[in-house]
Structure formats: structure tokens, C-alpha cells
Design a protein around this ligand. Structure first.
Ligand SMILES: [Zn+2]
Length: 180
């Protein structure tokens, strides 16, 4: 059934399900799966489906999904929300022991936040050759003069996270074309 709302106000139905990984093996795939679930929450709220998790000493201390449209805030990216939450949770802005998991390579703003929060590690799923700030388009990490570098890994859960992003834009385009 077609919604009566304006097409841009409601999300296309998400064809993907959240996943429930075993709690016993807390590896990169485990945390990225939780970031993927956050991205599905973003889709449901009609936001670009990107999700993030911050893990510290085996615990999840921050999580978030993109909320730019809802909050009308260009800084409300998944990573910014998760990092802010993590710093609050551990009562320290230095996240030296923490890892950020995010479904897409951080943009320039979020890559800056990665360095400023002194994150130990970043694991992202989908590289972004257009806007990625951790090696995709350019590299904030290891920039001469910066006094912090963090470990970067990419490709974990890449196909699933890319499919989520591409499907979101495809379905929105198709629906907008139908209603013109
Ligand atoms: Zn960002």
C-alpha cells in the first residue's frame, strides 16, 4: 500500500533484517554486525543507513546511527554520536583503548573526530573514494604534524553494508521517479 505521506518524508521499506550474532565471539565481525543493525535503524528513520559502535575493553560504550535529517544537524553522523556517547560513558575524552566500528569510511569531519578523540582503532566496512578521510579520498590519519595516529582496518562486512547503502538510494530514486 502506498503511503499518503510525501515521498521524501517516509522511508522505503527496508528489505534487510537485523542480525543477531553470537555473543560468545566478540571479534570485528561481531561489532560490525551491531553497527549494521544501527544502520538499519537509520534506514527505518529515513536517514542514509550508516551505523557506528564504539567498543572499549570488550564493552559497547557508544552506538549511533546517522540522524542528520531528523535533528537537522549536519554533524549528526553515526560516528560523532557514538564517539560523544563513548566519551561520556567512560568519563574521558581520550578514547585510547577504544575501537570505532562504522559501516562506511568516515567523512572528513568524523575522521577529524577520530584523531581528536585519540581512538586506538577504526574498523570500517565500505571504503569511500569520494569523501573518505581515512585513506579513501585522502588521509587525515598520519598527517604530518598530527600527534596521534590510529590503526585502520577496512572491508569487514563490506558487501552487506554496501548493499544496504546502494539499495537505500536505489529504492528512494525508484519511488521518487514513480511519483513525479
Ligand atoms: Zn561523518
Amino acid at each position: 500500500m502506498r503511503s499518503m505521506d510525501h515521498p521524501s518524508k517516509t522511508a522505503p521499506k527496508c528489505p534487510f533484517q537485523k542480525r543477531y550474532p553470537s555473543q560468545l565471539i566478540r571479534d570485528d565481525a561481531f561489532y560490525m554486525t551491531l553497527a549494521y543493525n544501527e544502520a538499519i535503524d537509520a534506514w527505518t528513520a529515513n536517514e542514509v543507513p550508516i551505523g557506528a559502535i564504539v567498543e572499549c575493553d570488550g564493552e559497547i560504550v557508544g552506538k549511533g546511527h546517522n540522524q542528520v535529517e531528523f535533528s537537522k544537524d549536519p554533524t549528526a553522523h553515526a560516528e560523532m554520536i557514538a564517539v560523544t556517547q563513548a566519551a561520556r560513558a567512560i568519563s574521558d575524552w581520550r578514547l585510547n583503548n577504544a575501537t570505532l566500528y562504522v559501516t562506511k569510511e568516515p567523512c572528513p569531519m568524523c575522521s577529524g573526530a577520530v584523531i581528536m578523540s585519540r581512538l586506538k582503532r577504526v574498523v570500517f566496512a565500505v571504503p569511500d573514494p569520494k569523501m573518505g578521510g581515512l585513506g579513501g579520498a585522502f588521509n587525515v590519519n598520519g598527517y604530518p604534524g598530527m600527534n596521534h595516529t590510529c590503526e585502520i582496518e577496512s572491508g569487514v562486512f563490506q558487501e552487506e553494508c554496501r548493499e544496504l547503502l546502494q539499495s537505500f538510494f536505489r529504492l528512494k530514486r525508484e519511488r521518487n521517479n514513480r511519483t513525479i
